[in-house]
Design a protein around this ligand. Sequence first.
Ligand code: CO8
Length: 260
Amino acid sequence: DASRRLLRPRRGWRVAVMHMKSPPVNSLSLDFLTEFCISLEKLEMDKSCRGLIITSSLPKVFSAGLDILEMYGKSPESCGEFWKAVQEMWLKLYSSNMVTVAAINGSSPAGGCLMSLTCDYRIMVDNPRYSIGLNETQLGIVAPFWFKDTMANTVGHRITEMALALGMLYSPAEALKIGLVDQIVPEEKLMSTAEQAMAKWLAIPAHARQLTKSMMRKPTVDRMTSKREADVQNFVSFITKDAIQNSLRVYLEMLKKRKA
Ligand code: CO8
């Protein structure tokens, strides 16, 4: 469940804090994404709520990204439904009118990195055991164009090109260096830093901030929405290929072995 609580900063505005809690690793399953989107919609409609901090209530992991089991051994119909939910999460977050801050308190590969990248500001706990990045190629899969666009909009074309090709996962210090995160802090300072960042963003007149965000992000959002159906078809035909299913199986086995 994507549980949340509300803070009340100055001026009577409210800031929601979403503590993702879907053990063991906050993987983004269809159920999780559906609940996440419903929570976001409610917050978006609540005019007194101006900001959202997203964090994890699990130790060590922010989000393990898309739930691989939603893509492995599933029917084309299920894969399509799942992909629509992934698109919906991205669209809602990337074009949110709220100020969004990712308080990244653990590893954040692939879809977890994407979720962080949709936010206005990213703060990560400075623990070298945590990593963040779009590592899709390591699973033998390809990050879709809108994952790529979101990353390129944040860190630029060349870094994205290399990061995606190699499926790079960065330590917090490396992520800071390339601009994948905006700040790194000790674990105990994470939430206070997130609240300070939020206060800074909320101090800007809301309409000016929102129009600026929209100006910066609209071309990317429009590109995705105009190709949304085709993107679902692409995903389904790609992910259901025998070779890709095989790559996912090998990767899942690797995850299990690593654990043993
Ligand atoms: N989906 C499903 N199950 C997962 C996932 C996942 N993404 N990640 C981990 N798990 C499972 C593990 O298999 C393990 O299961 P079990 O207990 O049954 O053995 C359990 O969760 C716990 O995992 P770990 O023991 O590995 O937990 P750790 O705390 O040691 O490590 C990590 C946590 C770092 C998150 C680690 O689990 C990890 O690296 N996971 C894989 C993350 C990953 O590579 N995700 C990529 C998903 S793909 C994606 O998000 C974008 C896809 C775009 C699709 C484009 C196609 C066209």
